[in-house]
Design a binder for this molecule. Structure first.
Ligand code: ATP
Length: 292
């Protein structure tokens, strides 16, 4: 039984169609690797699922419930956590407060915030050790653990990880893959966008290769042909459509990120209006939300 069903998803940024036709099915406890060359539409697929970018057409069902048109906060509350590329942690906030930010917007978790944060800290000894330290003082691998930990605070049933390995050493990446595989054995559904194709295929139950906004191959890793794997790295698969018009990369908007459905781009705008830093605003929202 699928937990997440995506049918013929289409997402555009103005006139640029970034996702033309993406379908995938994810069951609980299953790891799905979403692969493809730069600009293939992987990130946009995740943003379309978590509601951070509005889909133009298609269907997304989570546990049978349609998600398209729903706010990112509502989607997060249903049990979908999205760890964006670049992690999006608040460097000036302590490790512990970054984890608490994972609860912001996700009220009604059925546990005291402190309990959930403690549960997550149990799983990440290094974060527990550094809980009072500003997050920005930690290494890249530790910050990635924090970004994942913050998603786990939501107690998601589906965890979406975008480029978790980016910029990290092979040893750190290997540890993160072990963590992801463990979360899946506990029943969590995982959708991961990865450029470490070989490693992702080792732990994935299925892979979906996207090229120019379309799925060009999908199935168990053992079913993928050499050509499919090539497309996962570089594109250029035989079935590919004509190249996308594609906005130049530097013309892109900063990618929105979500904290339990909080749109951080909005948070940054609000902070600028108020003349405070995003970290300061996050801290004050947190204090209010947790009634400290
Ligand atoms: P990468 O690994 O390079 O991020 P990706 O497969 O995740 O690649 P997307 O980031 O989803 O690809 O981008 C798909 C297409 O959409 C690209 O042509 C990209 O230039 C375009 N695009 C992405 N974000 C925006 C944006 N905010 N505005 C306009 N076009 C965008």
């Amino acid at each position: 039984m699928s937990l997440l069903e995506v049918h013929a998803l289409q997402v555009a940024y103005g006139g640029v169609v970034a996702v033309r036709d993406v379908s995938l099915d994810v069951a609980p406890g299953q790891v799905t690797a979403v692969l493809g060359a730069n600009g293939a539409g992987k990130t946009t697929t995740l943003l379309g699922i978590s509601g951070l970018v509005r889909a133009r057409a298609g269907e997304v069902l989570f546990d049978g419930q349609p998600l398209l048109g729903m706010s990112p906060t509502k989607i997060a509350r249903l049990g979908i956590a999205h760890v964006p590329a670049g992690r999006g942690i608040f460097p000036g906030l302590s490790v512990q407060d970054n984890l608490r930010m994972g609860l912001y917007g996700a009220k009604g978790l059925g546990a005291e915030p402190g309990d959930v944060v403690e549960e997550v800290l149990e799983q990440f000894p290094i974060l527990r050790e550094r809980r009072a330290q500003p997050a920005g003082t930690m290494s890249g691998g530790q910050q990635q653990q924090l970004a994942i930990g913050r998603a786990l605070v939501q107690r998601p049933r589906l965890l979406m990880l975008d480029e978790m390995s980016m910029g990290l050493s092979p040893r750190v990446v290997a540890d993160l893959f072990v963590l992801v595989a463990r979360l899946a054995t506990e029943g969590m559904a995982i959708v991961m966008v990865e450029q470490f194709v070989g490693q992702a295929l080792k732990i994935a139950d299925q892979a979906v290769v996207i090229e120019q906004g379309r799925v060009v191959a999908s199935g168990a890793p053992s079913e993928l042909s050499a050509e499919d794997i090539g497309a996962a790295y570089l594109g250029g698969h035989g079935n590919a459509a004509a190249p996308l018009p594609g906005a130049p990369r530097d013309a892109r908007q900063p990618v929105v990120m979500s904290l339990a459905g909080v749109d951080v781009r909005r948070l940054e705008r609000k902070a600028a209006q108020l003349g405070v830093s995003p970290d300061e605003l996050a801290q004050s929202l947190l204090e209010k939300a947790l009634d400290r």
